[in-house]
Design a protein around this ligand. Structure first.
Ligand SMILES: [Zn+2]
Length: 154
């Protein structure tokens, strides 16, 4: 039987399929006993209506790996922060064309202008607070003039 954490790493984030629910920091705890698996998840942005979908995908992934008893719990405190996104997932976001959120943004430190995902220039400007989803803002690079999305930090 595949280890529960490894199963969960194969569950993509429904909105950004290049990253998974573990590297996004959505999966907080996994309790595995010989009979059952209990997964605790914390929703990301409240505006992202994907939690139900994530729960279903988690169940499906674990059950198809042979974990028949699966419980998914939702924990809303502490509130999810983009600081929980792993370094690896940040790189995956960048290569997917989404500027990753800044580090330690929850505490208000280290706020920088997100760099262009095409040329790396930091001369970018906010085009719209909302991109394809409420989680993302739309920015434009002032050097190469390409628009790109920025995963807003919370
Ligand atoms: Zn650029």
């Amino acid at each position: 039987m595949v280890n529960a954490w490894d199963c969960l790493r194969s569950v993509p984030d429904p909105e950004i399929p290049v990253v998974d629910v573990v590297s996004m920091g959505i999966v907080r705890e996994v309790e595995e006993t010989p009979e059952s698996v209990t997964v605790t998840i914390t929703p990301t942005y409240s505006g992202c209506p994907a939690m139900y979908e994530i729960e279903l995908s988690i169940r499906e992934a674990l059950q198809s790996a042979g974990h028949t008893q699966v419980e998914v719990k939702t924990k809303i405190a502490p509130v999810w922060t983009t600081d929980w996104i792993t370094e690896e997932a940040r790189e995956q976001l960048r290569s997917y064309g989404i500027a990753p959120p800044e580090r330690r943004c929850a505490s208000g430190n280290d706020l920088k202008t997100p760099a262009c995902t095409f040329c790396g220039s930091e001369k970018t400007r906010l085009q719209s607070e909302f991109g394809s989803t409420p989680c993302k803002a739309l920015r434009v690079c002032l050097e190469c003039l390409q628009p790109f999305e920025h995963f807003k930090c919370i």
